[in-house]
Design a protein around this ligand. Structure first.
Ligand code: 13P
Length: 283
């Protein structure tokens, strides 16, 4: 079942109020969308977001991936939202809203504060016309969207609680992605979040917070984040690693007969297992 925007916002608010979080899993292709949907189907009653967003569009093409995610969500018995991750482009946001996305992320975190506010406001205005909810970002997160780079967090680029409060009040966003020591991609050293900063942002904003870069986050850090306003976590690298490991393990047996379907299936099932492990930590 594909969540509408208002249903998705209700799920996000409920997670926020009960110290839980919606998982947002990044999908690039048929097998990752299938793998995520299967994980959601294994957890009835736990909404899951398929993040078919800007970066994967570069691989799959916007229209095909958008349709794939929306059609798969609509056909599934699980409760699934489809979310546009990390968009800097208002035209892209409009296209996803018109197609029926549950929610969109406008990422103006690279812009000066005032320009981030202006861009986010416009995204919120467009989303309201479609009943969708909006995530924005304040503060800079190190690392790459598609490749783990072992980047380290920069305290100077983290989200400032007072600015976050002003940003939320000025833009009317439904959820705010924060930089509190989190990193995109898997790192050699486990990530340590700045939990005092997260608590301060939580008290100052009172909107659901989003933790990007949740791959590899130690369980105690994740649990602490859930009690400090984090109501959505984004996961990509862990699914990518699971997919690649399964595919490489399957290849020797598949190559002689060019059995490509068994390789894709192994990758898909590994994504499901990895996503199930994450969902289990959130319930
Ligand atoms: P990871 O790759 O660290 O899981 O981060 C994913 C993410 O934040 C997508 O927006």
């Amino acid at each position: 079942m594909l969540l509408t925007g208002p249903e998705g916002l209700k799920a996000l608010t409920t997670a926020y109020e009960t110290n839980r979080a919606l998982p947002g899993f990044v999908a690039y292709n048929l097998e990752t969308v299938q793998g995520i949907a299967a994980a959601a189907e294994a957890h009835p009653g736990h909404p899951v977001l398929i993040q078919a967003g800007s970066s994967p569009f570069k691989h799959a093409g916007r229209a095909p991936l958008m349709r794939l995610a929306l059609d798969m969500a609509a056909a599934s018995p699980a409760t699934l939202g489809v979310h546009l991750d990390h968009s800097r482009d208002l035209d892209e946001i409009t296209a996803c809203l018109e197609a029926g996305y549950t929610s969109v992320m406008i990422d103006g975190s690279h812009l000066p504060f005032g320009e981030n506010i202006a861009l986010t406001r416009e995204a919120v205005r467009r989303a309201r016309d479609h009943g969708a909810w909006v995530e924005a970002e304040l503060g800079a997160l190190p690392g790459d969207e598609d490749v783990s780079t072992n980047a380290a967090a920069n305290p100077a680029a983290m989200t400032d609680p007072a600015q976050a409060a002003e940003f939320v009040a000025e833009t009317g966003v439904d959820a705010l992605a924060v930089a509190v020591g989190n990193v995109h991609g898997l790192t050699t050293e486990p990530v340590r979040l700045d939990l005092d900063r997260l608590s301060a942002i939580h008290s100052a904003t009172r909107v659901p917070l989003v933790l990007h870069g949740a791959s590899g986050l130690p369980g105690n850090q994740l649990r602490a984040a859930l009690t400090r306003g984090v109501a959505k976590i984004n996961v990509n690298a862990e699914l990518r690693r699971a997919y690649l490991r399964a595919v490489s393990a399957r290849l020797p047996a598949a190559l002689p007969g060019s059995d490509v379907v068994s390789v894709w299936a192994a990758g898909r099932d590994a994504v499901t297992e990895a996503a199930c492990r994450i969902i289990a930590q959130l319930t």
